[in-house]
Design a protein around this ligand. Structure first.
Ligand SMILES: [Ca+2]
Length: 554
């Protein structure tokens, strides 16, 4: 245990001020026909990770702990996110589409930043017409904790402890240095500013707090909800030397070979059908890569792999803690990722940021580049930001020894972040409110995923996506998708999930129907044509940047 020992009193004081709330009597049995003791629920989310990076989804990166969750649980092959950090977090937390929750685009992170467009669906922070999972769980008596990256509201009054979490540790804003988060990123314990230790590393420290939260919760009568939101393996490329050493040299075989190996493993594992063509390689043939680039390219990918490896080691620590306190069997753990692999820094597909920073604790926009991202997303097309499968397809693992007995099997039912709220409330026996703090709350968009645990299908018309003008509709086996300023294209996902064979000309009526559904959805959820411009006459409210630990002289 590190810093938390010193600041524990503050956390306990905060917990002591929370009013005790009687548990909901309806909550004594679970939707899955449980034993009467409601489960603990843990959501673990990775950041900017490719679909096939982890071992149990076909990757060569060593993830024995995540693989253990998969082999004792279920793998969902068609779980979807929203293709970027902040809208994903908004949707995950609220059970709504991100626009409905106020984050149709990005989060406002500076007082004068332009991401508050003035429209309710584009305010740049969670609005008041939504509830978080934590807020919805409190009336059912759950203890609620969060550790990690928040990224849905920068300013005071918008933080996890303002939105239903009993206790929080982590980074309020987006990307940060893993070793020494910039003070303005706002590393907090509840509301207290934290100065990182000499040996701080986000993934390790986020987990330290999560372990403490589990310890605290295990003494309490009511179950707990923990949202553990890692920033790994988002850029910058920062990892422990000993973890990088495990991978250094392994990527000199090149991205062509990695893509081919992953694709073949995925077919063997049943994650991919052999009739799905491997999507186009968005990178030069490895043999044509200049010799002098090879070592740096290997180094970048090795650091990226080490970031995932370290996250896996920390998930192992969490599993051990759950075992030690006797809570593993009655805890549902869901592991997933907020968006697909990241090709940002397109001007250099071999990775941005000076190579001299690799292996140091320096650097911000230090990336592994689009070529490796293409391999990370094997076999899918495109990346974070797009709503083709490479942007929105996430691995999802569900682990719950007491209820899930179909160990190691796959579920192909399409599911989405919006389903997390109803799933959690279903298990908790909690009610989704129609009103909260006097504000009207729209109906939840998702459905409980619990039937899928028993291999039963879900009843829903379609799932919808929009980010920066990229848009999609998933309806049963069909997907309609368009990149910004491009025409809609139609794909048969059972035959062609790699989106290579456009059927628009063969099925014009279906295409037209799905376009009409999209338009109805976009209108209902406040989605505006891209690029969104500030509402005429709107002046964003004055916002005050929270003080940092440096400002406070800590
Ligand atoms: Ca992300």
């Amino acid at each position: 245990m590190k810093r938390r020992d010193f600041i524990r009193t503050a956390g306990l004081a905060a917990a002591a001020t929370a009013l005790p709330i009687a548990p909901n009597p309806a909550a004594q049995t679970t939707g899955a026909g449980g034993t009467g003791k409601r489960p603990n629920i843990i959501l673990i989310m990775a950041d900017d990770m490719g679909y096939s990076d982890i071992g149990c989804f076909g990757g060569e990166i060593e993830t024995p702990n995540i693989d253990r969750l998969a082999s004792n649980g279920l793998r969902f092959t068609q779980f979807y996110n929203t293709s970027r950090c902040c809208p994903t977090r908004a949707s995950l937390l609220t059970g709504l589409y991100a626009h409905q929750a106020g984050i149709g685009h990005m989060t406002v992170e500076e007082p004068h930043q332009g991401y508050d467009y003035g429209y309710p669906s584009y305010r740049g922070s969670l609005n008041e017409n939504c509830v978080t999972i934590a807020e919805a769980l409190k009336p059912a008596g759950y203890n609620t904790y969060m550790s990690g990256k928040w990224h849905v509201g920068t300013f005071e009054g918008m933080w996890p402890v303002d939105r239903g979490f009993d206790e929080y540790f982590g980074i309020i804003r987006g990307a940060c240095n893993f070793w020494k988060p910039e003070p303005k990123r706002l590393l907090l314990h509840n509301r207290e500013r934290i100065r990182p230790d000499e040996d701080f590393y986000t993934t390790d420290d986020f987990t330290d707090y999560a372990l403490d939260f589990v310890d605290d919760a295990s003494d309490k009568e009511d179950p707990f909800f923990l949202y553990l939101s890692y920033n790994a393996p988002h850029w910058p490329l920062h990892a422990h030397d000993e973890d990088v050493a495990k991978y250094r040299g392994k990527y000199k075989k090149g991205w062509d070979a990695i893509r081919k190996e992953r694709y073949e493993r995925m077919i063997e594992m049943g994650l991919v059908q052999d009739q799905w063509e491997l999507s186009a390689q968005d990178s030069p043939v490895w043999e044509d890569v200049p010799e002098e680039e090879i070592d740096t390219l290997d180094h970048r990918m090795a650091i990226y792999a080490a970031q995932i490896d370290r996250m896996d080691q920390n998930i192992g620590r969490l599993l051990k803690k759950l075992e030690d306190v006797g809570e593993l069997d009655n805890t549902l753990i869901l592991f997933f990722v907020d968006n697909g692999a990241c090709a940002e820094g397109d001007d250099d597909p071999f990775g941005s940021g000076p190579k001299e920073q690799l292996g140091t604790k320096e650097g911000y926009f230090l990336t592994y580049g689009g070529c490796w991202a293409n391999a990370s997303n094997t076999p899918y097309r495109y990346y974070k930001h797009y709503v083709h499968e490479g942007g929105i397809a996430s691995p999802l693992i569900a682990h719950w020894p007491e209820q899930i007995k179909d160990h190691g099997t796959l579920r192909h039912e399409p599911t989405h972040l919006i389903d997390l709220m109803p799933t959690v409330l279903d298990l908790a026996g909690a009610e989704y409110p129609t009103e909260y703090n006097g504000n009207v709350i729209p109906p939840v968009e998702g459905v409980s995923m619990l039937p899928v645990f028993d291999d039963r299908p879900l009843d829903r018309e379609a799932l919808y996506f929009e980010h920066e003008g990229n848009r999609a509709v998933r309806m049963g086996k069909w997907k309609l998708v368009a990149a910004h300023r491009e025409p809609w294209r139609l794909y048969h996902m059972e035959n062609d999930r790699t989106e290579t064979n456009d059927l628009s000309d063969d099925l014009p009526d279906l295409r037209a129907k799905m376009i009409a559904l999209y338009d109805i959805w976009a209108n209902r959820c406040g989605v505006l044509p891209w690029p969104v411009r500030r509402k005429p006459g709107f002046e964003p409210p004055e916002r005050v940047m929270p003080k940092t630990w440096v400002d406070l002289g800590l």
